[in-house]
Write a new protein. Sequence first.
Length: 203
Amino acid sequence: MRMPERGAAPRLSVDAAGWIAGARRIASPHFDARPDGARIELLVLHSISLPPGCFGGDAIERLFTGTLDPAADASFAPLAGLRVAAHVVIARDGAATQYVSFNDRAWHAGASEFEGRPRCNDYSIGLELEGTDHAPFEAVQYDVLARIAAALDAAYPSLRAVRRHSDIAPARKTDPGPYFDWPRFVRAMPAHWSLPAGVIGSS
């Protein structure tokens, strides 16, 4: 899925199986069922680049599908055997790839806590922006993020909050980092979602 060059972008939708209609889909094995009775309440924003600071290529796809060769780059060695995947990745050019159905529990957050509740994977959706802590994201990434947020809001009425990975795992994570443009996202996201403390528009 890519943003069109001109004109109004069509609305996105999430089908009953939890997949974005029309999006590129690559199945990851790094998921399982959500606990019985779990409701999707939280969107977690991440950022990722592999190798760190490098964009493009297929390393993220290989990591999320369990096929990354740890010998292919020195920075990959700590990732050997890691079983992780976000639900969706938005590349620098706006291409969105979905790896796990939103209805399922993707292994994206790790040890985490939201409003005193642990195990954020149980009740959250993980969305990765291709990027780093050290550079701005692309305009088209925000556009696609806003469209996906609207589709998730329509599909999952229980979704009520958005947080950074660093908000739910502050001792371990810094992403999506200081260059994430919160004012831009706040203008486009569902108005009833709660925001991280200190972010413009939060209460």
